[in-house]
Design a protein around this ligand. Structure first.
Ligand code: NAP
Ligand code: ZN
Length: 350
């Protein structure tokens, strides 16, 4: 008999999470079992709980910014070993055979597996995942700081790196929440001049503390004519609809507006607003395994430390409620117990 995994699950859209256990079944040779100590709460967990994207299957345990200790590994696991402190993010599987996997872009794999869609995630005592998506954590990063890096941190680091943000970049960040504040931390450490666009005037001081040189209160002074054509790159982390024409007007020629946050409505943009100055609009999903490794190294080396609000795992519903009210400063991290199971009982094929 395998030992059940216990956590907190959503049983229907928009309802509070409730205690839930499941039998993880037999484990494969590439898998490892992790005793979870910390798990960040991402806005995507709330989108999944609410079934905003129409992909949620209930009941399920959310949570995809997971930190813990490896309890056991399958016979084919090479990158982690028992006792290692590791993290797991949004993605926990890929085919490893398609052209995207082979070129190191597993995040584009058409059969990629998300950690808490159609399976159970990290608001639990343990998880079993493909060890190729479990990454050892640099010693200098505390677990509560490392957790948010695994989804939020990676999701902002990857496009900043891809679009070569550096000392000459003038960058805008929309939304100073979990992803947004990590984008300011990473962007400013990359040397960029960062402007934050926020709906919360009271976050001004924090934005400066994270490294922004300018703060625009969207509900206060708003975007002015003098802001037009001042930025090379704008990263939108906001899960809401904005006046996108106004945001595009911020871009200099050849500038890029990159979406990582998911607005509710489709965009409606006159194409001439892009053609005239060769502007680009794009989106970006999480990052690759290689991005994850480099992101962790960059964070460890450059002192990127997310600001976290710590909650015991039992208080997950209160953390979710506060996130819904935009009261988290700036990432909620749930901290759970350490429980070791008998891996040998569950291990199946090689
Ligand atoms: P978050 O912590 O809630 O931050 C979002 C920020 O957006 C808020 O702090 C707030 O900042 C701003 N905002 C303005 N109006 C809002 C509203 N009506 N509701 C909520 N926020 C509002 O969320 P997050 O975890 O950073 O995630 C942000 C978005 O990125 C979500 O849509 C999430 O699903 C998505 N995401 C995408 C990926 C990917 O792979 N592309 C990965 C992770 C997350 P101000 O107070 O400063 O305005
Ligand atoms: Zn996430």
């Amino acid at each position: 008999m395998s030992q059940p995994i216990s956590g907190f699950a959503a049983k229907s859209p928009k309802s509070p999470l409730v205690s839930f256990s499941y039998d993880p079944g037999p484990s494969g040779g590439f898998e490892c079992e992790i005793s979870i100590t910390h798990c960040g709460l991402c806005r995507s967990d709330v989108h999944l709980i609410d079934n905003d994207w129409g992909i949620s299957r209930y009941p399920f345990i959310p949570g995809h910014e997971i930190i813990g200790t490896v309890n056991a590994v399958g016979l084919s696991v090479e990158n982690v070993k028992k006792g290692d402190r590791v993290g797991v993010g949004w993605q926990c599987g890929a085919c490893f055979e398609c052209e995207f996997c082979r070129e190191g872009n597993e995040q584009f794999c058409s059969s990629y597996k998300p950690t808490c869609v159609d399976r159970n995630g990290g608001f639990a005592d343990r998880i079993i995942v493909d060890a190729r998506f479990a990454f050892p954590i640099p010693e200098s990063l505390k677990s509560e700081h490392a957790a948010p890096l695994f989804c939020g941190g990676l999701t902002v680091f990857s496009p900043l790196d891809h679009f070569r943000i550096g000392p000459s970049s003038r960058m805008g960040i929309i939304g100073l929440g979990g992803l947004g504040h990590m984008a300011v931390l990473f962007g400013s450490k990359m040397g960029a001049t960062v402007t934050v666009f926020s709906t919360s005037g009271k976050k001004r001081k924090d934005a400066e503390k994270f490294g922004a040189s300018r703060f625009v209160d969207l509900f206060g002074e708003g975007i002015r004519e003098s802001d037009e054509e001042t930025l090379d790159f704008v990263l939108s982390t906001a899960p809401m609809d904005l006046d996108w024409m106004k945001i595009i007007s911020l871009l200099r020629p050849d500038g890029t507006l990159c979406f990582v946050g998911v607005p509710r409505k489709p965009l409606s943009i006159p194409v001439f607003s892009l053609i005239d100055s060769r502007k680009r609009i794009c989106g970006s999903p999480i990052g690759s395994r290689w991005d994850t490794i480099r992101m962790l190294q960059f964070a460890a080396k450059n002192g990127v430390r997310p600001q976290v609000d710590l909650f015991p795992l039992q208080e997950i519903n209160s953390a979710i409620e506060r996130l819904r009210r935009n009261e988290i400063r700036y990432r909620a991290v749930l901290s759970g117990s350490k429980k070791v199971s008998k891996w040998e009982d569950r291990r199946g094929g090689a």
